[in-house]
Design a protein around this ligand. Structure first.
Ligand code: DHB
Length: 303
């Protein structure tokens, strides 16, 4: 990997600004490892919950002209059971790991945090924004700045590693919520989770394509929203932002860095271009840098 792409994120060196987004390569450590072997700088686990969850029955994922919708329903075996995936990953790679957790109350997030403290994860990501379980748990937590603040303050009392708050685009005041997260002590923000939920109807079958009817929208359709929010919020906060949302090419990543992100999440890009997407994007970034006589990726400054 060219050291022209090396970055620092919350004090850790990453070989590229590209971060495997949560839930993209399934649950097992081998998927995360493949992302690193193919040029990612850091990986994120699937969001784990306190208790085992079966998730939603399929079809859970569908493509449309602007990207994908998905409603996996947080399928996982429970945080304690899944921790060995992080340990196995760490036995094979020294790339940083973001451990993503999903809870519904401050107490639950505290319990999750104490379990995370016994792991080798480098960062704790609080998924405050999954749009696919509203029927069970109600509106995603990151719709409320009071709840975001309460959860982050609680977690920060216990967390031994830096805390990243992953926020939802599905509210009109994401800026205020981001500031509440920062004031509560978040070490970084991840902007954004999926948009929506949305729906796709199979007109021949006369029924929704996704069995659970609705799903979070990812892919190129949501990129301008992610860019706008990172641009707006990075001007107001001093902590690093992981910019995620519809980035599938080197130009997309450069756009996100120019919006103000410190590193960039890649999710749906893996579906479009395969696991090689990380190496392909790295090459495209280097090509842009050569064309513009930019020596180091850190010299791609926010506009
Ligand atoms: C799921 C979807 C999300 O957007 C998310 O942040 C976490 C989990 C899911 O459906 O499993």
């Amino acid at each position: 990997m060219s050291n022209r792409l090396h970055k620092e994120f919350l004090g850790k060196r990453i070989q590229s600004p590209l971060v495997l987004a949560s839930g993209i390569m399934g649950i097992s450590y081998s998927g995360m490892l493949k992302a690193i072997e193919n040029g990612a700088g850091m990986v994120t686990t699937k969001s784990f919950t306190l208790e085992k969850r079966k998730g939603h029955d399929g079809p859970c994922v569908a493509e449309f002209s602007g990207g994908f919708i998905n409603s996996m329903g947080l399928s996982n075996s429970g945080l304690k059971e899944e921790l060995y995936e992080v340990e196995d990953f760490k036995a094979h790679s020294d790339a940083p790991v973001i451990l993503s957790v999903f809870g519904t109350t401050a107490e639950e997030f505290i319990t999750l945090t104490t379990i995370v403290n016994s792991s080798k994860a480098d960062f704790l990501e609080l998924n405050l924004s999954c749009p696919n379980v509203a029927d069970e748990f109600g509106t995603p937590l990151s719709a409320s700045k009071e709840i975001v603040s309460e959860i982050i303050k609680s977690v920060k009392l216990y967390a031994k590693i830096p805390v990243i708050a992953k926020l939802s685009p599905n509210t009109y005041n994401v800026g205020e919520i981001a500031i509440a997260a920062v004031d509560a002590g978040a070490d970084a923000l991840n902007l954004i989770n999926t948009l929506g939920p949305g729906m796709i109807i199979d007109i021949n079958a006369r029924k929704p394509v996704i069995l659970n009817k609705y799903g979070g929208i990812s892919g190129p359709a949501i990129k301008p929203i992610a860019i706008k929010l990172v641009y707006e919020i990075s001007r107001k906060v001093k902590i690093p932002i992981l910019g995620t949302g519809g980035l599938i090419s080197g130009n997309d990543v450069i756009e996100m860095l120019m919006a103000g992100a410190s590193a960039t999440g890649i999710g749906t890009g893996v579906y479009y271009r395969g696991i090689e997407v990380f190496n392909l994007i790295n090459m495209e970034i280097l090509q842009f840098m050569d064309e513009h006589e930019i020596e180091n990726v850190n010299d791609i400054k926010p506009i």
